[in-house]
Design a protein around this ligand. Structure first.
Ligand code: FCB
Length: 468
C-alpha cells in the first residue's frame, strides 16, 4: 500500500476517467431532513437513541437537522449548481410506512415524489437508498434486526417504495452499511439501538442480508421490464498486516472476514466464509440460516456500492506481545500509524482505496460505484462568504486519483459520490463533525459552498470535458 503524494489543488481533469462516469453527492434522510414528527412520520430507533442520556455528543438529535424537508427545492438547486449528475439520498422508512407495518403514508411518499421530480427537472439522476439506519421504533420493540420478521417487513416496505417511485427512479440501493447496523447497533452499543449483545448482532447480520435479498427480489419483480440498477452499499476497507508474522496475517484474515467477506461472500457467492463461521462457532455463535436463505441473499446485483473512508493495519498480538486478549480470544488489534488524520481521528489512506477496488474486482467481479467518500475537518467559520477547507480538497483529490488508479489496474469503477453534500447530523458525534462540501450554519440554516464544493464542481466539469 502506498500513500498517494499530495497533488496540486488547482482543479484539473482527472486522467483515466471516461465519459459516462457518474459524479454525485450523497446524504441520508435522518442526517438532513428534520421534520421528525411531521406529516405522519413516527420515531425511528435514532429518534429514541438520541434521547438516551450520553448516547449522542451534546445530547443532539435529528429533529431539525438541515431542515431539508422544508428546504428541498433550494437544496436541489444547490446540488444541481455543482454540476453533479447523480444525487444519492435515502428514504425514511417511518415517513413512508409509519410504525413499519401496514399501508404507505401518502404524505411521506409525496415528499419523495416531489424530491425525485425536482431532481429530474434539474437534470440530476436520483439514486435511492431504502435503508440508511432509521428502523421504525415499533419494529425494534418487536425484536429489531436480530428478529427474522424484520427482514420480511423490510421487503414489504421496499415494495411500497418501489411501487410509488419506480416509474421515476432507476437506481436502487437496499441497505447502507449493514456492518454498522449490526455491529455498531447491536454489538458495540455505539449506534441505535445501542445494544451490546454479540450473538444478537450476528443474528442481525443474517437478517439484514436476508432482508436485502427479499427486497431485491421484490423490487426486481415489480420492475419487470423497466430499466433497473439494483445494489447494496457496504462500508469496506483494507486490512494489512503490521509485520509478516503468522499472528498478524491471521489478525487480517479475521478483520477482513468479519468486515468484508461475511457480507460479500453470501451476496456474491451464495455462502458464508467457512473460516468466519468456524471463528464464530468457537464463541458458540451460529448464524440463524434457514433453508433457501442463501439463494435469496445471492439474488443478482447490478452494482456494488462502496463506502470508503480508510484502510487499517492489524496486529495479532497485544501491545505487550500476548496473542490472546482479556476475553480469551485471539487478538485483532488495529495499529495506529503516523499518518495525517481527519477530525474523526481517521487515518488518511488513499492508496488503500486503490488496493480495495482492485481486490473487489478480483474476488467479486461486480461493477462498483463509490457511494460515499469524504472527510470531516474542523472547518474554519464562514468568512467573507467562503470556507477555506484545503484539507478536504486534498482528501477528495487524492481519493479521486486513487479511483482513477484502480480503473487503470482493471477495476470497473463507474462512479464517485462525495460524502456529503452538506454538513449534517453525524450520528453519535452530533453536529460537531462536519463532512459537507457545503457548510451549514445550523442557527440560520444558511448554506455556504466551501472551497471543496467549488473544487469538486470544477474538477467534474473539466474531467467530463476532457473525456468527451
Ligand atoms: C458512513 C455513513 C454516513 C456517514 C459517514 C461519515 O458510515 O454511511 O451516514 O455518517 O459514514
Amino acid at each position: 500500500m502506498t500513500v498517494t503524494p499530495t497533488r496540486s489543488l488547482t482543479p484539473a481533469a482527472v486522467p483515466g476517467i471516461p465519459a459516462g462516469f457518474r459524479w454525485g453527492v450523497a446524504t441520508s434522510a435522518y442526517q438532513i431532513e428534520g421534520a421528525a414528527a411531521e406529516d405522519g412520520r413516527t420515531p425511528s430507533i435514532w429518534d429514541t437513541y438520541c434521547r438516551v442520556p450520553g448516547a449522542v455528543a451534546g445530547g443532539e438529535n435529528g429533529d431539525v437537522a438541515c431542515d431539508h424537508y422544508h428546504r428541498m427545492p433550494q437544496d436541489v438547486e444547490l446540488l444541481a449548481g455543482l454540476g453533479v449528475d447523480t444525487y444519492r439520498f435515502s428514504l425514511s422508512w417511518p415517513r413512508i410506512q409509519p410504525g413499519g407495518r401496514g399501508p404507505a403514508n401518502a404524505k411521506g411518499l409525496d415528499f419523495y415524489r416531489r424530491l425525485t421530480d425536482t431532481l429530474l427537472e434539474a437534470g440530476v439522476t436520483p439514486w435511492v437508498t431504502l435503508y440508511h439506519w432509521d428502523l421504525p421504533q415499533e419494529l425494534e420493540d418487536a425484536g429489531g434486526w436480530p428478529a427474522r420478521e424484520t427482514a420480511y417487513r423490510f421487503a414489504e416496505y421496499a415494495q411500497l417504495a418501489y411501487d410509488a417511485l419506480g416509474d421515476r427512479v432507476e437506481h436502487w440501493t437496499t441497505l447502507n452499511e449493514p456492518w454498522c447496523s449490526a455491529m455498531l447497533g447491536y454489538a458495540f452499543g455505539q449506534h441505535a439501538p445501542g445494544r451490546t449483545d454479540l450473538p444478537a448482532a450476528l443474528d442481525a447480520v443474517h437478517h439484514l442480508l436476508l432482508g436485502h435479498g427479499l427486497a431485491a427480489r421484490a423490487v426486481r419483480d415489480a420492475a419487470g421490464s423497466r430499466p433497473l440498477e439494483l445494489g447494496i452499499t457496504l462500508n469496506l476497507g483494507t486490512a494489512d498486516p503490521e509485520t509478516d508474522s503468522d499472528a498478524d496475517r491471521e489478525a487480517c484474515r479475521r478483520a477482513d472476514g468479519m468486515g468484508t467477506r461475511l457480507y460479500l461472500d453470501p451476496l456474491v457467492h451464495g455462502r458464508y466464509p467457512a473460516d468466519v463461521l468456524a471463528d464464530l462457532a468457537a464463541q458458540d455463535i451460529e448464524l440463524p440460516v434457514q433453508d433457501g436463505d442463501l439463494e435469496v441473499i445471492a439474488t443478482p446485483l447490478d452494482v456494488l456500492g462502496v463506502n470508503f473512508y480508510r484502510g487499517a493495519l492489524f496486529s495479532g498480538v497485544t501491545e505487550d506481545g500476548s496473542p490472546t486478549g482479556q476475553d480469551g480470544l485471539p487478538v485483532t488489534r488495529a495499529v495506529e500509524r503516523d499518518l495525517p488524520r481527519t477530525a474523526m481521528d481517521w487515518e488518511i489512506t488513499p492508496g488503500s482505496l486503490t488496493d480495495l477496488l482492485v481486490r473487489l474486482q478480483r474476488d467479486y467481479g461486480l461493477p462498483t460505484v463509490i457511494t460515499e467518500n469524504g472527510a470531516a475537518f474542523d472547518d474554519g467559520p464562514v468568512t467573507g462568504g467562503a470556507v477555506h477547507d484545503e484539507e478536504r480538497v486534498r482528501y477528495l483529490a487524492d481519493h479521486i486519483a486513487a479511483v482513477a488508479a484502480a480503473r487503470e489496474q482493471g477495476a470497473d469503477v463507474r462512479g464517485y459520490f462525495a460524502w456529503s453534500l452538506m454538513d449534517n447530523f453525524e450520528w453519535a458525534y452530533g453536529y460537531d463533525k462536519r463532512f459537507g462540501i457545503v457548510h451549514v450554519d445550523y442557527a440560520t440554516q444558511v448554506r455556504t459552498l466551501k472551497d471543496s464544493a467549488l473544487w469538486y464542481r470544477d474538477t467534474v466539469r473539466l474531467t467530463r470535458q476532457a473525456a468527451r
